[in-house]
Each structure stands twice: as structure tokens, then as C-alpha cells.
Design a binder for this molecule. Sequence first.
Ligand code: ADP
Length: 490
Amino acid sequence: MYLQSGEWVTILKGKFKFKDKVLKSLRFQIVVLLILVSSIPCFVVKEMILQKYEDRAVSWRTAEIQNQCTILCNQLGSSNYLKEPISEVLNAELSQLSSVYDGRIMVIDEEYHIVKDTFGIETGKTIIAPDVITCFSGTATNYYDAQNRYMEFTTPIVEKIDGKNHVKGVVLFSISTDVIHETLSELETKANLVFSALMLVVIVAGLFVANLMVKPFEKIAHSIEDITEGYDSDKLNVSDYTETLAISEAFNKMRDRMKVLDDSRQEFVSNVSHELKTPLTSMKVLADSLLAQEDVPVELYKEFMGDITEEIERENNIINDLLSLVKMDRTSADLNVKSENINELVERILKRLRPIAALRNIELVFESFRPVNAEVDEVKLSLAISNLVENAIKYNKENGWVQVSLNADHKYFYVKVADSGMGIPQESLDHIFERFYRVDKSHSKEISGTGLGLAIARNAIITHRGAIKVHSEEGEGTTFTVRVPLNYIS
Ligand code: ADP
């Protein structure tokens, strides 16, 4: 039967779900870890105990058989059994011994002839086995074959002739070790039972422990879900572990930062709508009053049209500034950085603004301490410096001065824009870089502006990894200092 493609998809999806939901879950991994940690030592201990038992059982059996063989060999030696293996007592003893130990005894004489085989198969035959040969040199041997489950012993039958020991024959005793192996496998079965019961306990206890350990993380997930619904909910505080406390703190920090961003976004949107609406309202009022009157005198008509043009100009400025700001935000990641001659860049700006300064007889001076070349985005940096110089002219008095200076050290270049203008009140200094902020509405009425110029300037400087500072005394003047790295740091 072939599966339809849909069925395969369901099976594969099931597999992925299993992998993501079970294999990757912390709970599962804790249980597996506990099983491994407890089963490996148990397994090793079990193997060690079984091995130890086998060694002990084999060595006991060896000592016992060797003992029996020595007694047997003494009896065989003293009764001349090798020559005449007819002693009923000894034959009965041999049969009894071999049946007690579930084995086979062969008595071998000097010519390597088997004079007695308790199995009765090999009697009269010759045996030349390495162990038998070794034993004829006077050394008893023993050998244990765990795989084939038997033990083999050779013991010399010694006769004393002229005070010297002569090996007259050998007893070869082979026994089965089935008893040892049966006990071993019984022990193993019991150990496996205990092992399985232990594993069951470990799994149950592991699941319980894993649940307990994972709970704080579930608490975090639930709390985060609750919190993401709004900023008004309580702060996250899961202090079960140091780690969960750290996560809670980091999350709270992120939430506060997001709240600030959200607030500023909302404020920005409401400011933009308000600022864009104001000129439109004025234009509507002017146009309505023109329409409401019959036979409007040409002078009044011209005056109102002039006012409307001014409002259009204001609306246009706001839109242009907004566009610059949005563009700056969007492209902050990809500045068009090139090596620029900053002296020339500042000269170009001042050349463009000099006629505006001249209208109010304001002296515009440029002081350059050294030639400066730096990696900057020419358009954005020009916009920032232009805004500062424009403000210095705009918020200046008749016959005042504006001094622009350029200096550099090995790392940064500095542009200072100082003016002899009205200055900024101390309480406003923290706000002038905010979007739409204008110092006081009374002078902002006389001097046109959008409140976006310094926000744009600051944005441009920050994207160059630079900094902008302001120093001002009300009634005396203002100095803006810009610091920008000579080499762009991406
Ligand atoms: P705009 O000039 O369009 O109002 P800005 O963002 O450029 O907006 O400036 C914000 C406010 O900071 C201005 O409204 C003004 O009150 C004050 N300001 C900026 N530069 C100067 C300056 N050189 N001297 C006095 N006040 C200044």
C-alpha cells in the first residue's frame, strides 16, 4: 500500500513535532540525564559484582579440587595403582569424585598411557597434552575455560626413590563449571530485575524533578505572555533561580526600553499630525475669511494670500525636515562613507549661508586650525552642520556674529559653532534634540522653524559614531560642539 503525499506530510510533521516538543524539551533532557547518571554506575557495579563472584567461585573451586587431587595422588602413588588399576576402593573413589564434581578423571602413567578414565572411553590410549607434559616435570597445572565452561587440573603422582621425588604418573581432572555459570546467570537476572525497578523509580522521580526544575521557566513564559499584552502589567520577577532572576531583569529592562520607544513613537505621531495640521488650519481660516467677505479690497486679498504662502512654506519645511529625518533613520545602517576634505565641506556650507547672515548683518567667521580629511557621508554631515549654522544665524541678534571652527587630533575632528545669540534656557538644554521641541513658543512664533533641525543633526552625528554637545548662557550665546571619528567605525 502506498501512502498519499498528504499522509507523508502528516507523518513528517509528526516527526518534527516530536523532535521539537519532546527531544528538545528541557524536561526530557533532565530525565535522560538522570537515567544516564544513575544507570551507568549501576551497570558498572553490577558487572563488577558478577565478575568478582566468578573469580571467587573459580578460585574456591580450584583450591578445593587441587586439594582433592593431592589426596588422590598420594593414595594412587602409595597403592601401586599405576601398575595395577584394579583397586575397587580407589576406582569407587575416582567414580565418586568425578560424579560429585560433574567431571572426568584420567590417570596417566609414565608412558603417557591412560590407565583409568572415569568415562571409560579412553582407557589404554595414549595422551600427549601440553599440561600433562608440564605436570610430568613436577608442576601441577590448572586451567579455566570460561567460554566452554570447564576447568582442567593436572596433579603429579610422586614416588620417593632414594630421597628424591619421581613423577610416576599424572591425574588429569576436568570438571564442568556449569554450576558457577548457573549461579551467575541467576544473579544476573536478579540484578537486572533490581536494575529495572531502579530505572522505573529514576524515571518517575526524574519526571517529578524535571517538572519542578522546569516550572520557573514556564512561569517566565506565562508572565511574558501576560506582559506582552500591555505595559501596565506587573514587572516580571521569577526569582527561583539566579538565571531566571537575570532573565526577569533583562526582560524588564527590554520592556522599559520598548515602552520608551513606544511612547516616543506615539508622541512623534501626535506631534507630526499636530504640526502638519497647524499651517493647514491657518490657511483654512485665512481662505474662509476671504470667502466670507464680499468685495475684498485688493490689499487685504494680497495680505491674506501672502500669509497663506507663508503657511504653505512652513508646511513644506516641516515635510522636508520629516523626510530628512525618516531617511536618516532608515539609512543609518548604510552610510555613503567617503574620504572628504572637511575644510572644503564647511566652506561650502558657509558660502551658501553667508547671504542669509548678511541680511541681518551677522558676521560669519570660519577658523580652521588644520586641514582635515575624514571618512564621512558628505550629505548627512553637511545637513547636520548646516542646521547648526542656520540656527546660530536664526537665533542671533542683529549685527551679531557666528564663529565656526574646525580642529582635529589623531582620532577625531571637532566642529564648533558658536554664536552671540539669545542662548537657550538651562531647563531646555536637555530637550532641544527632541523631535518638534522648540524653546519657547513665543519666540518660536517670531522665528520660523519645525523643531526638527537639531534632531536631524544629532541623528546624523550619531550615525557617524560621533557626539554632539551644547553649552549655552541665556542672553549671551550658544556653542554646539560636534566630535566625529576621522575613520569611520562600522
Ligand atoms: P527649529 O530651529 O526648527 O525650531 P531645532 O531643532 O533646530 O528646531 O532647534 C530646537 C530649538 O532649540 C529651537 O526652537 C530653538 O529654540 C533652540 N535653538 C537651537 N539652536 C539655537 C541657537 N543657536 N541659539 C538659541 N536657541 C537655539
